[in-house]
Design a protein around this ligand. Structure first.
Ligand code: SF4
Length: 536
């Protein structure tokens, strides 16, 4: 076990909590010390849910350890059932409580409560959040759908399916369901149950009635869907409709299972990504190097969209979903890169620096890394921060999801380009830092220091303060300690005009050239001499 300040996935009981928080009528009694109640904040602060998750913690303290902690757990169970009147309770232990071995499942059963009890044994030190969510969902599905008969479809009734996988804290899951329902409706397929999000245990008892299952997020729903397939013979739609090509494949796969003609659903004009990607504006983005990292579902989809739909070049591909390492490895080989299977954000950061990407697509953590490195970026996968639960509609799936993806990936690239151009033309009479942000800047300059531009800047001290250090602070990216002192401020300024992804190399080459030629202070001339030297 490794102590870390940042992690892609929490412990497995957080996954269980995500399932409980997704559903209606489920309550989770969690044997956990006081400090482990932090998980509530993920739902109320990050996802901005209106209610706290349906969980009762035993919140034992150090002084309780000498006493009967099992009694604490039993009291918490009784009180939770009495107070919340759930259709079912989940019982389990957090990482710390697992160590005191109180057996929450056995204790809850011994109470003889008059609600179904689903005991969870989630090995905290071997497994992680997504596995915990998948296992909890599977246990609930098995508990409530198990032992039932599959009703026969009525003569002439349309085909029906279940949508499995969306959860609380899932990346854009709320909006993806809307898009997927739209696709299924366009094929005339009925939706039997959506779970776990917004489903109750009673809804789970109806799962066997569907003709097939649509698995939106294999990390969460694959285990349950495989069991439903074995138990009730329900085939699984495995294509995840993220991106235009995958959405079309999804439509064809569903149509085949439902025995309907996909032609009408495929003849949509909702897809703007394909046309926009061919537009003049996008053409100069062809071949952009993109680094992709996230959960397996989103990373795989992103790589395919990047290469096959937008014409980018995948220069790095990885996941923290160890269970799906094989899929990521196969995709990485296809795109000619080494797969990165790691849940250490420092490994990912190192790989990003090494790959010199022009766009980073990742989790909240890769966004932080990319921002530090000043590389355009977009978030494509959980874990995410509060801004990735937007108030507006922003799906990832279906044709509208593809449109959203186009906007959220391409706009940062455009902005990055704009910033780079502003850097290049910093000395231009219209764009230099003493100029106001207006086309009238040249006129203002002619009016002298008392012109309109100066007046605007006088009202904007923050603008001055932000711009000034930029000019003088040496950029020490990739520079050994102390080496920056050898650069004159003018040479540093010139270095900053070089795109960030080759700037480190340019710095190192120049310093090597200076060392080899006995130059102590690097000036603009040294920079250009070095350039000429290495260009030979
Ligand atoms: S012991 Fe487990 S639940 Fe508690 S803070 Fe650590 S990871 Fe979270």
């Amino acid at each position: 076990m490794q102590l870390t300040v940042w992690t892609y996935e929490g412990p497995p009981h957080v996954g269980a909590l995500r399932i409980a928080a997704s559903m209606k009528g489920v309550h989770y009694v969690l044997h956990a010390p006081q400090g482990d109640t932090y998980a509530d904040l993920l739902f109320t602060m990050i996802e901005r849910r209106r209610t706290r998750p349906p969980v009762t913690y035993t919140t034992f303290q150090a002084r309780d350890l000498g006493k009967d902690t099992a009694e604490l757990f039993k009291d918490a169970c009784r009180e939770a059932v009495e107070r919340f009147k759930p259709q079912a309770i989940l019982v389990g232990a957090s990482c710390t409580a697992e160590l005191i071995q109180d057996d929450p499942g056995g204790l809850a059963k011994a109470l003889g409560l008059d609600v179904p009890v689903v005991p969870l044994e989630l090995p905290s030190y071997q497994r992680k959040e997504n596995w915990g969510a998948a296992e909890t969902f599977y246990r609930l599905v098995r508990g409530f759908a198990g032992g039932r008969e599959k009703p026969a479809r009525q003569e002439g009734a349309p085909a029906s399916c279940n949508i499995l996988g969306p959860t609380a804290l899932g990346f854009r899951n709320r909006d993806d369901i809307v898009e997927v329902k739209k696709l299924l409706k366009s094929l005339g397929v009925e939706i039997n149950v959506v779970a776990p999000l917004d489903a109750s245990p009673l809804d789970l008892t109806r799962l066997p009635a569907a003709d097939f299952n649509v698995v939106l997020y294999p990390e969460i729903a694959e285990t349950a869907a495989n069991w439903l397939k074995r138990e009730f013979g329900q085939p699984i739609v495995r294509t995840v409709p993220i991106g235009v090509t995958a959405t079309r494949e999804f439509i064809r796969e569903v149509a085949e299972l439902a025995g309907v003609d996909p032609a009408e659903a495929l003849a949509t004009d909702a897809d703007r990504l394909s046309w926009y990607a061919r537009s003049v504006d996008s053409n100069y983005l062809t071949g952009k190097r993109v680094f992709i990292y996230g959960d397996a579902t989103h990373a795989l989809a992103a790589a395919r969209i990047a290469e096959e739909e937008l014409g980018f070049k995948v220069c790095g591909l990885g996941t923290y979903s160890f269970n799906f390492a094989r899929d990521i490895t196969a995709a990485a080989r296809k795109y000619g890169v080494e797969p990165l299977i790691s849940d250490d954000h420092l490994d990912v950061e190192e790989a990003i620096v090494e790959a010199h990407p022009e766009l980073v697509l990742g989790t909240q953590m890769e966004r932080n890394t990319a921002k530090r490195l000043r590389i355009p970026c977009a978030v494509i996968s959980a874990p995410v921060h509060v801004q990735d639960f937007p108030a507006r509609y922003a799906p990832q799936m279906g044709f509208e999801g593809a449109n959203v993806i186009f906007d959220s990936w391409v706009h940062p690239l455009m902005m990055g380009l704009e910033e780079h151009l502003l850097g290049m033309f910093r000395e231009d009479f219209e764009f230099h830092d003493d100029t106001g942000a207006s086309h009238l800047a040249a006129v203002n300059a002619a009016r002298g220091a008392g012109g309109q531009g100066a007046a605007i800047r006088a009202e904007q001290p923050a603008f001055e303060a932000a711009a000034a250090p930029e000019e003088t602070t040496p950029d020490t990216t990739d520079s050994p300690d102390g080496a920056a002192a050898r650069w004159t401020p003018e040479a540093e300024k010139e270095l900053k005009k070089i795109p960030f992804f080759v700037r480190g190399k340019a710095r190192r080459n120049t310093e090597r050239f200076a060392d080899e030629t006995g130059v102590n202070v690097i000036t603009i001339e040294t920079l250009y001499d070095a350039k000429a030297h290495f260009a030979r």
